[in-house]
Write a protein that binds this ligand. Structure first.
Ligand SMILES: [Zn+2]
Length: 192
């Protein structure tokens, strides 16, 4: 699956919007990404999962682990295609941890799968949780790397597509300077 095909699928489904957006961080951006929208289509989820699984067919992965909630759909699909176990991490009082009786054997070869890498924070926290539990985290993967390669998660990272989207404060926003109304994604209303 080519990078353009991934991006095109995101645009076609409305998972990637272009315009003038107010993000939950308060910053303004010319693009808005909502991976869950792209993964609503089970056929597309299978395609993304196939493309990611291809990278790791011979990597000796024993388990796929994903940070909840974002990583669950794609992580499960990659695990299913590799024919391996799937587990997830979730935050407990702020700390990413394995719950629900999930465990890994000492040295178990784990691949961490996310939907989108932004700063790499949840992937790094998931890797740390797995290492504390004794796993050998061999690699990380995501459908989209929003850091365009700059996020360091401490293990080799594979993404189907990279996307560099700048977020700026309203004061620095070119679209604001042009007087374009800013849209809050998820609502149909124009913000402010
Ligand atoms: Zn703006």
């Amino acid at each position: 699956m080519q990078t353009d095909e991934v991006i095109q699928k995101f645009k076609n489904t409305g998972a990637l919007l272009e315009g003038h957006f107010l993000l939950s961080s308060g910053l303004h951006s010319s693009a808005y990404l909502q991976c869950a929208i792209a993964l609503q289509s089970t056929a597309d989820a299978i395609e993304f999962g196939t493309a990611l699984a291809e990278h790791f067919r011979s990597a000796g992965v024993e388990t796929v682990a994903s940070p909840a909630i974002g990583g669950l759909v794609i992580g499960y699909e990659v695990a299913r295609q590799l024919g391996v176990k799937f587990i997830w991490t979730e935050r407990e009082q702020g700390q990413m941890t394995l719950r629900r009786g999930f465990s890994v054997a000492k040295g178990e070869r784990v691949l961490v799968v996310e939907d989108v890498i932004t700063t790499g924070g949840s992937t790094r926290d998931t890797i740390e949780a797995l290492k504390r539990a004794g796993a050998n985290v061999v690699a990380a993967a995501a459908i989209i790397d929003r850091s365009a390669g700059s996020a360091d998660v401490g293990v080799p990272l594979t993404a189907l597509a990279a996307l560099k989207v700048l977020s700026v404060s309203a004061a620095e926003c070119d679209a604001c300077k042009l007087g374009e109304p800013v849209v809050k994604p998820g609502s149909r209303k124009v913000a402010k």
